[in-house]
Design a protein around this ligand. Structure first.
Ligand SMILES: [Zn+2]
Length: 177
């Protein structure tokens, strides 16, 4: 069985935009995030991304833009020395009530099945409450970064919620390796 780290995309790897990251030009990596992915890759973790992209279902992001954003991200990850083994998106609008949109665990369950990892060997890193809820629903551990919505989320979670918290993905990668 593999040790797996799943990541939210917007707010964890790249800056969240007001509204949506709609084009490759709008995709800008958060400082240290790519180095953090490289560090986790070198430490032997399998890595995957599970990202809500309802902008597709809302008609604000085309399939082709989503693909171009992915190409830009994957090239940047590769150039930094990292690997991403699986990328899953939920393209549905909230009103579609699908099983994949976080806080539902659908994408996390699919990624664990694809990459042959058990929930107890899987960590989900996100910046929003819905990420932590999805991790709990999937039976994984959760970690929070203070980038993106992270600082707001940190104030929302109860003190009894003992999850790992780091300033950003690079600091978290140091804690995990
Ligand atoms: Zn969905």
């Amino acid at each position: 069985m593999n040790k797996l780290i799943l990541l939210d995309r917007d707010g964890v790897i790249n800056f969240d935009s007001h509204g949506y990251v709609k084009t490759a030009a709008e995709w800008v990596a958060i400082p240290g995030a790519l180095a953090g992915i490289a560090r986790l890759t070198e430490a032997g973790y399998l890595l995957g991304i599970c990202s809500n992209q309802s902008g597709v279902g809302r008609g604000l992001i085309t399939q082709s833009s989503l693909a171009h954003i992915e190409q830009k991200m994957m090239r940047a990850v590769q150039e930094a020395g990292g690997s991403i083994h699986s990328i899953l998106y939920c393209e549905h609008r909230p009103s579609e009530a699908c099983a994949c949109r976080k806080p539902k665990p659908g994408m996390l369950l699919s990624a664990m099945a694809e990459l042959r990892a058990k929930p107890e060997d899987t960590l989900f890193i996100g910046d929003s409450l819905s990420d932590i809820q999805a991790a709990k629903a999937a039976g994984c551990s959760a970690a929070l970064v203070r980038t993106g919505n992270g600082r707001r989320t940190e104030r929302q979670i109860s003190r009894s919620c003992s999850i790992r918290i780091a300033n950003d993905l690079y600091q978290l990668s140091e804690d995990l390796t």
